[in-house]
Ligand binder design. Structure first.
Ligand code: PDD
Length: 286
């Protein structure tokens, strides 16, 4: 089956969707994106992703070309046309085609480019990785200082992931001024004596939509939460570690820089949070 994708209001076979080589998303990484998961054919945390999209666009003064209802309708149509039960939807909005390459932004009436596509991941909530956990390495965080904006400048996270793979591991946690910021494409947490510890929100990290939901659910379940910095040494000495993202939900981390975390097996807090998050998300999905 040919995948149907969205491009500026059209629903097209992926082979027919074309974007200009002058698009600023292509030549300048001048674009923002969102990734929303689909469970049981419905969208998880969709209002959160829309709110963050609008914030990212606003921070970069990119005009928002669609309203929430139009984004929702397009997401739903792609789910249906591509027969997605479990999977992901990628949404990208770039500043559009500015004509000749120029550091100066194009005129304000330049139409942004909106692209959406799906990928099918049957049974993604039941991935066996959740039973074994991830092994991560630490790397310096040399990204720019507006990590709160979800831009498509993903070269360093991609290189960091490759370095982790080359070391035979799954992912990397990034470290700045001695403290963990976040994972290459996820937020990072540790658990000590039952307390969930994660870096506070600032421009240093992406404000994860899954993070917000998981912390709210943890709070509702009377779990203790501390939003503060932590080091790799503290993480290695923790009882548990885990990450969150729209594509991984809650995923245990069992090893950091070759040191086992806790028992070296996925911890109970992470497992419980994954269970609660998946259950609540399925219920609230739209
Ligand atoms: N990544 N931090 C970074 C740097 C991220 O790229 C992501 C998401 C997160 C988690 O955010 P959320 O819970 O809203 O997905 C944190 C997406 C999934 C990606 O790039 O594929």
């Amino acid at each position: 089956m040919t995948r149907i994708v969205y491009l500026n209001g059209d629903y097209l076979p992926e082979t027919e969707a074309r974007v200009s080589i002058f698009d600023r998303g292509f030549v300048m990484a001048d674009a923002v994106y969102e990734v929303t998961s689909v469970l049981d054919g419905r969208l998880v945390d969709f209002p959160g992703h829309m709110a963050r999209l609008k914030r990212s666009l606003g921070e970069l003064s990119i005009r928002n070309p669609l309203d929430d209802d139009a984004y929702l309708a397009a997401h739903r149509r792609l789910v249906e046309e591509n027969g997605i039960t479990d999977g992901m939807i990628y949404l990208q909005v770039s500043r559009g085609n500015g004509g000749d390459r120029d550091f100066v932004f194009p005129p304000e009436d330049t139409p942004p480019t909106v692209v959406m596509f799906t990928w099918n991941k049957p049974g993604m909530a039941d991935t066996p990785v959740a039973q074994t956990g991830l092994r991560v390495i630490s790397l310096p965080d040399i990204r720019w200082h507006r990590r709160d904006i979800k831009t498509v400048q993903l070269l360093y996270p991609s290189m960091a992931k490759m370095q982790a793979k080359a070391a035979g591991k799954d992912d990397a946690w990034l470290v700045e001024d001695g403290f963990v910021t976040e994972g290459t494409s996820n937020n990072a947490y540790i658990v000590k004596n039952g307390t969930i510890i994660t870096r506070a929100l600032s421009n240093d990290i992406l404000h994860g939509i899954t993070r917000a939901a998981v912390l709210r659910m943890a709070d509702e379940a009377q779990m203790k939460i501390e939003e503060r910095n932590f080091t790799i040494a503290e993480a290695q000495d923790a009882d548990e570690a885990f990450i969150t993202s729209a594509s991984m939900f809650v995923m245990p981390v069992v090893e950091i820089d070759d040191a086992a975390v806790g028992t070296g097996k996925p911890g109970r807090v992470a497992a419980r949070l994954r269970e609660i998050y998946l259950e609540e998300s399925r219920k609230a999905a739209i």
